[in-house]
Design a protein around this ligand. Structure first.
Ligand code: ADP
Ligand code: MG
Length: 319
């Protein structure tokens, strides 16, 4: 495997707080990796270390064959896009995108800026001030500003979190297109499983500063390794298998209205296409849903249910 970016036994601490411990990750050239996990699991810390904003207490970082562990951010050829756009308010869109290139006295500045603006669809907006742009457009400027520097790796830390749902989807597709067009290696951080599944070539699921599971979106979606991974990716009913592991079902995999088990409806919620239910049962809490058209069950009602084996994900660990 070609390790274009390699994190090797990376340990990162804030004073005595160890945020990331012994992280190993290799990323191929042109790959789009997402770091997925709950708040506080160490995603941003890992990004900071790759960008050079934080020095590891152990381990090393290699980018394109060069050990960059001790290099300052400016020498790493890494771009970083945050959730906040951090544009210069007094500069036009054009000048914001040109800023880093001017610092480097880069040749062909105008062509590069125009090209960057075209890539993110902002050619018409070159002369505007950032305050006269929407949030999505401002995030595109931030993206163009990073892209024109031609970084070896582009790091995006929850870049879409400030956008509303519709714009988020649009920008996600935009990012995918830019990545395909430019072939740039990207590490994208999110706590949103849908975003990770839609974008990634490979998902790195993190938990408490370590990697819990790594795989393609299909693998992560259908074959979680642990209770934590299953829960995070939407398997809402998790039961022990009696052998130290577990069995997990998505709500849609639970059969309601027939089957060998009996439960009582504790809660119900209308969710558009589906109606969601929480059942109490001797097996534990069961989360199920039915198509919106099905006759609704009442709270307190007793209902038969089935947990089909063939629809279960088998978990090597329950925790
Ligand atoms: P994530 O981006 O996954 O939400 P972070 O990498 O920001 O998580 O944080 C990982 C851990 O490091 C958390 O426990 C967090 O409280 C801690 N942490 C993050 N930044 C700092 C800091 N500047 N000082 C001390 N602890 C921090
Ligand atoms: Mg973060």
């Amino acid at each position: 495997m070609s390790d274009y970016v390699a994190l090797d036994g990376l340990t990162l601490a804030y004073g005595k707080t160890v945020a990331v411990e012994g992280l190993d990750l290799s990323i191929a050239k042109g790959e789009l990796i997402t770091l997925l996990g709950p708040s506080g699991c160490g995603k941003s810390t890992t990004m900071r270390a790759i960008a050079g904003l934080m020095t590891p207490s152990a381990g090393r970082i290699v980018i394109d064959g060069r050990d960059v562990t001790r290099l300052p951010p400016s020498k790493r050829e890494v771009g970083l896009v945050f959730q906040s756009y951090a544009l210069f308010p007094h500069l036009t869109v054009y000048e914001n995108v040109a800023f880093g290139l001017r610092l480097k006295s880069a040749p062909d500045l105008d062509a590069k800026v125009r090209d960057g603006l075209a890539t993110v669809g902002l050619t018409e907006f070159a002369d505007r001030a950032p305050r006269d742009l929407s949030g999505g457009q401002q995030q595109r400027v931030a993206l163009a500003r990073s892209l024109v520097m031609e970084p070896k790796v582009l790091l995006l830390d929850e870049p879409l979190s400030n956008l509303d749902a519709r714009l988020r989807l649009e920008m996600r597709m935009e990012l995918q297109r830019v990545q395909k067009e430019t072939g740039i290696t990207m590490v994208f951080v999110t706590h949103d499983q849908a975003e990770a599944l839609a974008l990634a070539d490979r998902i790195v699921l993190m938990r408490d500063g370590a990697i819990e599971q790594m795989g393609t979106p299909e693998e992560i979606y259908s074959a979680p390794v642990s209770g934590f991974a299953a829960d995070f990716i939407g398997f809402e009913t998790i039961l022990p298998d009696g052998a130290g592991g577990g069995l997990a079902w998505r709500p849609g995999a639970v059969v309601l209205g027939s089957g060998p088990n009996q439960g009582t409806v504790r809660g119900t919620a209308f969710a558009g296409e589906r109606r969601e239910y929480i059942l109490d049962s001797p097996l534990g809490t069961i989360k199920a849903d039915t198509p919106a058209g099905a006759a609704p069950l009442e709270i307190g009602q007793s209902v038969a249910f089935d947990l089909p084996r063939e629809r279960a994900a088998h978990l090597a660990r329950l925790d």
